[in-house]
Design a protein around this ligand. Sequence first.
Ligand SMILES: [Zn+2]
Length: 297
Amino acid sequence: MKDGIHLDFDERLYHNGPPCSEDNGHKFAFDDDGRFVCSHCGEEESISKSGLWDLYGRTPRHYRFAPPKEHMPHLDFGKALHLAVLEPELFETKAVQGPVDRRGNKWKDALGAIEDGQILLISDNYDDCYTVQSEAWKHPVVKKLATETSIFEASAFWHHERTGLQCRCRPDLVVPKMKLMVDLKTTADASAWNWARTAGNLGYHVQEGMYTEGWNKAGGDPTEAFIFVVIEQKAPFCTAVYELPPHAAEEGRMVMERALDRYKECLESNKWPGYPERVVELDIPKFSYRESEPPEL
Ligand SMILES: [Zn+2]
Protein backbone atom coordinates (compact mmCIF):
# COMPACT_ATOMS: atom_id res chain seq x y z
CA MET A 1 0.00 0.00 0.00
CA LYS A 2 1.19 3.53 -0.72
CA ASP A 3 2.50 5.51 2.24
CA GLY A 4 0.09 8.14 3.47
CA ILE A 5 -3.27 8.51 5.15
CA HIS A 6 -6.10 6.70 3.43
CA LEU A 7 -9.62 7.81 4.30
CA ASP A 8 -12.58 5.44 3.90
CA PHE A 9 -10.20 2.52 3.58
CA ASP A 10 -11.88 -0.89 3.73
CA GLU A 11 -11.30 -2.53 7.09
CA ARG A 12 -10.72 -6.06 5.77
CA LEU A 13 -8.28 -4.72 3.19
CA TYR A 14 -6.48 -2.95 6.02
CA HIS A 15 -6.20 -6.13 8.11
CA ASN A 16 -5.46 -8.69 5.40
CA GLY A 17 -3.92 -6.64 2.58
CA PRO A 18 -4.99 -6.87 -1.06
CA PRO A 19 -5.00 -10.30 -2.73
CA CYS A 20 -2.28 -11.06 -5.25
CA SER A 21 -2.79 -10.67 -8.98
CA GLU A 22 -1.41 -14.20 -9.37
CA ASP A 23 -3.55 -17.19 -8.45
CA ASN A 24 -0.86 -18.82 -6.33
CA GLY A 25 -0.59 -15.76 -4.07
CA HIS A 26 2.05 -13.27 -2.98
CA LYS A 27 5.71 -14.13 -3.27
CA PHE A 28 7.46 -11.70 -0.96
CA ALA A 29 11.19 -10.96 -0.99
CA PHE A 30 13.43 -7.97 -0.26
CA ASP A 31 14.03 -5.76 -3.28
CA ASP A 32 17.12 -3.61 -3.96
CA ASP A 33 15.70 -0.78 -1.84
CA GLY A 34 15.31 -3.08 1.18
CA ARG A 35 11.54 -3.28 0.83
CA PHE A 36 9.72 -6.55 1.37
CA VAL A 37 7.54 -6.71 -1.74
CA CYS A 38 5.68 -9.31 -3.80
CA SER A 39 7.51 -10.15 -7.03
CA HIS A 40 4.17 -10.81 -8.76
CA CYS A 41 2.11 -7.73 -7.97
CA GLY A 42 4.52 -5.32 -6.25
CA GLU A 43 2.45 -5.14 -3.06
CA GLU A 44 4.57 -4.43 0.02
CA GLU A 45 4.02 -6.26 3.28
CA SER A 46 3.21 -4.04 6.25
CA ILE A 47 2.85 -4.76 9.94
CA SER A 48 0.41 -3.35 12.50
CA LYS A 49 0.66 -2.93 16.25
CA SER A 50 -1.31 -6.11 16.88
CA GLY A 51 1.05 -7.97 14.55
CA LEU A 52 4.09 -6.62 16.37
CA TRP A 53 2.52 -7.46 19.71
CA ASP A 54 1.79 -11.04 18.60
CA LEU A 55 5.35 -11.39 17.38
CA TYR A 56 6.96 -9.82 20.45
CA GLY A 57 4.55 -10.77 23.24
CA ARG A 58 3.99 -14.32 22.02
CA THR A 59 6.20 -15.63 19.24
CA PRO A 60 6.99 -14.89 15.57
CA ARG A 61 5.09 -18.09 14.72
CA HIS A 62 1.92 -16.67 16.26
CA TYR A 63 2.24 -13.62 14.07
CA ARG A 64 3.15 -15.39 10.83
CA PHE A 65 0.61 -18.16 11.01
CA ALA A 66 -2.34 -16.32 12.50
CA PRO A 67 -5.54 -17.06 10.58
CA PRO A 68 -6.74 -14.19 8.35
CA LYS A 69 -9.18 -11.84 10.02
CA GLU A 70 -12.63 -12.73 8.86
CA HIS A 71 -15.79 -10.74 9.11
CA MET A 72 -17.37 -11.71 12.41
CA PRO A 73 -20.91 -10.45 12.96
CA HIS A 74 -20.52 -10.21 16.75
CA LEU A 75 -17.72 -7.66 16.23
CA ASP A 76 -20.13 -5.46 14.31
CA PHE A 77 -21.73 -4.49 17.60
CA GLY A 78 -18.43 -3.06 18.85
CA LYS A 79 -17.93 -1.22 15.58
CA ALA A 80 -21.45 0.22 15.75
CA LEU A 81 -20.81 1.32 19.34
CA HIS A 82 -17.72 3.20 18.17
CA LEU A 83 -19.85 5.03 15.65
CA ALA A 84 -22.74 5.70 18.03
CA VAL A 85 -20.46 7.27 20.64
CA LEU A 86 -17.84 9.05 18.56
CA GLU A 87 -19.43 9.60 15.15
CA PRO A 88 -23.18 9.81 15.79
CA GLU A 89 -23.99 11.13 12.32
CA LEU A 90 -22.23 8.21 10.69
CA PHE A 91 -24.07 5.82 12.99
CA GLU A 92 -27.37 7.14 11.67
CA THR A 93 -26.45 6.32 8.08
CA LYS A 94 -24.40 3.15 8.61
CA ALA A 95 -26.15 1.16 11.33
CA VAL A 96 -29.28 -0.76 10.38
CA GLN A 97 -31.68 -2.30 12.87
CA GLY A 98 -32.18 -5.95 11.88
CA PRO A 99 -34.33 -8.86 13.12
CA VAL A 100 -34.29 -10.05 16.75
CA ASP A 101 -31.65 -12.73 15.99
CA ARG A 102 -29.38 -13.99 13.20
CA ARG A 103 -31.35 -17.14 12.49
CA GLY A 104 -33.06 -18.14 9.27
CA ASN A 105 -34.15 -16.30 6.17
CA LYS A 106 -35.16 -13.11 7.92
CA TRP A 107 -31.51 -12.38 8.73
CA LYS A 108 -30.32 -13.43 5.26
CA ASP A 109 -32.89 -11.17 3.62
CA ALA A 110 -31.94 -8.27 5.87
CA LEU A 111 -28.25 -8.79 5.02
CA GLY A 112 -29.11 -8.78 1.32
CA ALA A 113 -30.98 -5.50 1.69
CA ILE A 114 -28.24 -3.41 3.33
CA GLU A 115 -25.86 -1.29 1.30
CA ASP A 116 -22.13 -1.82 1.06
CA GLY A 117 -20.47 -0.41 4.18
CA GLN A 118 -23.59 -0.57 6.32
CA ILE A 119 -23.69 -2.58 9.53
CA LEU A 120 -26.61 -4.87 10.26
CA LEU A 121 -27.32 -5.34 13.96
CA ILE A 122 -29.73 -7.57 15.78
CA SER A 123 -32.55 -5.46 17.10
CA ASP A 124 -31.49 -5.33 20.78
CA ASN A 125 -27.90 -4.43 19.92
CA TYR A 126 -29.14 -1.53 17.84
CA ASP A 127 -31.14 -0.18 20.77
CA ASP A 128 -28.19 -0.75 23.11
CA CYS A 129 -26.05 1.52 20.92
CA TYR A 130 -28.32 4.44 21.80
CA THR A 131 -28.25 3.57 25.49
CA VAL A 132 -24.46 3.36 25.48
CA GLN A 133 -24.29 6.61 23.52
CA SER A 134 -26.43 8.55 25.98
CA GLU A 135 -24.59 7.11 28.98
CA ALA A 136 -21.14 7.71 27.48
CA TRP A 137 -22.02 11.28 26.62
CA LYS A 138 -22.62 11.97 30.30
CA HIS A 139 -18.84 11.87 30.53
CA PRO A 140 -17.80 15.45 29.70
CA VAL A 141 -14.68 14.38 27.79
CA VAL A 142 -16.65 12.02 25.55
CA LYS A 143 -19.39 14.56 24.98
CA LYS A 144 -16.83 17.08 23.82
CA LEU A 145 -15.22 14.58 21.43
CA ALA A 146 -18.55 13.82 19.79
CA THR A 147 -19.00 17.46 18.86
CA GLU A 148 -15.50 18.05 17.42
CA THR A 149 -14.61 17.72 13.76
CA SER A 150 -12.57 14.56 13.59
CA ILE A 151 -11.09 11.92 11.32
CA PHE A 152 -12.70 8.56 11.93
CA GLU A 153 -10.91 5.26 11.27
CA ALA A 154 -8.40 6.47 8.70
CA SER A 155 -5.67 4.03 7.75
CA ALA A 156 -2.08 5.27 7.87
CA PHE A 157 0.87 3.59 6.12
CA TRP A 158 4.47 4.66 6.54
CA HIS A 159 8.02 3.35 6.46
CA HIS A 160 9.83 2.97 9.75
CA GLU A 161 13.03 4.90 9.28
CA ARG A 162 15.62 2.68 10.93
CA THR A 163 14.48 -0.72 9.63
CA GLY A 164 12.90 0.47 6.36
CA LEU A 165 9.87 -1.73 7.01
CA GLN A 166 6.36 -0.64 6.19
CA CYS A 167 4.01 -0.21 9.14
CA ARG A 168 0.34 0.60 9.36
CA CYS A 169 -2.16 1.85 11.93
CA ARG A 170 -5.83 2.72 12.04
CA PRO A 171 -6.71 5.15 14.85
CA ASP A 172 -10.36 5.19 15.90
CA LEU A 173 -10.42 8.97 16.02
CA VAL A 174 -8.05 11.86 15.41
CA VAL A 175 -9.17 15.31 16.52
CA PRO A 176 -6.83 17.74 14.72
CA LYS A 177 -7.96 20.85 16.60
CA MET A 178 -7.16 19.20 19.94
CA LYS A 179 -3.99 17.48 18.59
CA LEU A 180 -5.52 14.38 20.06
CA MET A 181 -5.74 10.71 19.15
CA VAL A 182 -8.51 8.61 20.67
CA ASP A 183 -8.94 4.89 20.98
CA LEU A 184 -12.28 3.55 22.08
CA LYS A 185 -12.46 0.20 23.81
CA THR A 186 -15.56 -1.65 24.89
CA THR A 187 -15.15 -3.90 27.90
CA ALA A 188 -16.97 -5.74 30.67
CA ASP A 189 -14.94 -3.90 33.34
CA ALA A 190 -13.50 -0.40 32.90
CA SER A 191 -12.15 -0.11 36.46
CA ALA A 192 -8.66 1.29 36.83
CA TRP A 193 -7.32 -1.99 38.26
CA ASN A 194 -8.67 -4.07 35.40
CA TRP A 195 -7.78 -1.53 32.73
CA ALA A 196 -4.14 -1.23 33.77
CA ARG A 197 -3.71 -5.00 33.49
CA THR A 198 -5.57 -5.17 30.18
CA ALA A 199 -3.49 -2.32 28.74
CA GLY A 200 -0.28 -4.10 29.75
CA ASN A 201 -1.44 -7.53 28.55
CA LEU A 202 -2.65 -6.33 25.16
CA GLY A 203 0.16 -3.84 24.56
CA TYR A 204 -1.90 -0.67 24.48
CA HIS A 205 1.22 1.26 25.47
CA VAL A 206 2.81 0.04 22.23
CA GLN A 207 -0.26 1.25 20.37
CA GLU A 208 0.17 4.78 21.68
CA GLY A 209 3.81 5.01 20.63
CA MET A 210 3.33 3.41 17.23
CA TYR A 211 0.16 5.30 16.32
CA THR A 212 1.50 8.69 17.36
CA GLU A 213 4.70 8.24 15.40
CA GLY A 214 3.03 6.57 12.44
CA TRP A 215 0.29 9.14 11.99
CA ASN A 216 2.86 11.89 11.76
CA LYS A 217 5.19 9.91 9.46
CA ALA A 218 2.25 9.10 7.18
CA GLY A 219 1.62 12.82 6.74
CA GLY A 220 -0.93 13.56 9.46
CA ASP A 221 -0.67 16.65 11.64
CA PRO A 222 1.28 15.77 14.79
CA THR A 223 -0.80 14.77 17.81
CA GLU A 224 0.29 15.57 21.35
CA ALA A 225 -2.02 13.43 23.44
CA PHE A 226 -3.52 9.96 23.30
CA ILE A 227 -6.52 8.89 25.34
CA PHE A 228 -8.43 5.65 25.75
CA VAL A 229 -12.19 5.93 26.10
CA VAL A 230 -13.24 2.74 27.87
CA ILE A 231 -16.92 1.90 27.76
CA GLU A 232 -18.74 -0.84 29.62
CA GLN A 233 -21.19 -2.71 27.42
CA LYS A 234 -23.59 -3.68 30.19
CA ALA A 235 -25.78 -1.71 32.59
CA PRO A 236 -25.07 0.70 34.18
CA PHE A 237 -22.89 1.41 31.09
CA CYS A 238 -20.18 3.38 32.91
CA THR A 239 -17.39 5.08 30.96
CA ALA A 240 -13.83 5.87 32.03
CA VAL A 241 -11.19 7.83 30.14
CA TYR A 242 -7.52 6.98 30.67
CA GLU A 243 -4.16 8.18 29.42
CA LEU A 244 -0.80 6.56 29.96
CA PRO A 245 1.99 8.40 31.77
CA PRO A 246 4.97 9.36 29.57
CA HIS A 247 7.22 6.56 30.89
CA ALA A 248 4.69 3.86 29.85
CA ALA A 249 4.41 5.38 26.39
CA GLU A 250 8.21 5.42 26.19
CA GLU A 251 8.30 1.72 27.16
CA GLY A 252 5.82 1.14 24.33
CA ARG A 253 8.08 2.88 21.83
CA MET A 254 11.05 0.79 22.97
CA VAL A 255 9.02 -2.41 22.55
CA MET A 256 8.02 -1.29 19.07
CA GLU A 257 11.66 -0.78 18.06
CA ARG A 258 12.71 -4.15 19.47
CA ALA A 259 9.77 -5.94 17.85
CA LEU A 260 10.52 -4.37 14.46
CA ASP A 261 14.11 -5.63 14.70
CA ARG A 262 12.82 -9.10 15.46
CA TYR A 263 10.35 -8.92 12.58
CA LYS A 264 13.13 -7.92 10.19
CA GLU A 265 15.33 -10.80 11.35
CA CYS A 266 12.45 -13.20 10.71
CA LEU A 267 11.78 -11.78 7.26
CA GLU A 268 15.45 -12.00 6.33
CA SER A 269 15.93 -15.55 7.58
CA ASN A 270 12.38 -16.69 6.80
CA LYS A 271 12.42 -18.39 10.18
CA TRP A 272 9.37 -17.94 12.42
CA PRO A 273 10.11 -19.69 15.71
CA GLY A 274 7.44 -20.60 18.27
CA TYR A 275 8.15 -21.19 21.97
CA PRO A 276 11.64 -22.37 23.02
CA GLU A 277 12.33 -26.07 22.45
CA ARG A 278 13.82 -26.61 25.91
CA VAL A 279 12.68 -26.57 29.51
CA VAL A 280 12.22 -22.97 30.62
CA GLU A 281 12.42 -22.04 34.30
CA LEU A 282 9.48 -19.77 35.00
CA ASP A 283 8.72 -17.98 38.26
CA ILE A 284 5.22 -17.14 39.43
CA PRO A 285 4.36 -13.41 39.38
CA LYS A 286 5.53 -11.32 42.34
CA PHE A 287 1.99 -10.74 43.56
CA SER A 288 1.38 -14.51 43.83
CA TYR A 289 3.86 -14.81 46.70
CA ARG A 290 1.84 -14.90 49.94
CA GLU A 291 3.85 -16.92 52.48
CA SER A 292 7.32 -15.72 51.55
CA GLU A 293 8.98 -12.69 50.05
CA PRO A 294 9.48 -12.81 46.27
CA PRO A 295 13.14 -12.72 45.28
CA GLU A 296 14.47 -9.36 44.16
CA LEU A 297 15.17 -9.26 40.45
ZN1 LIG B 1 1.36 -10.39 -4.95
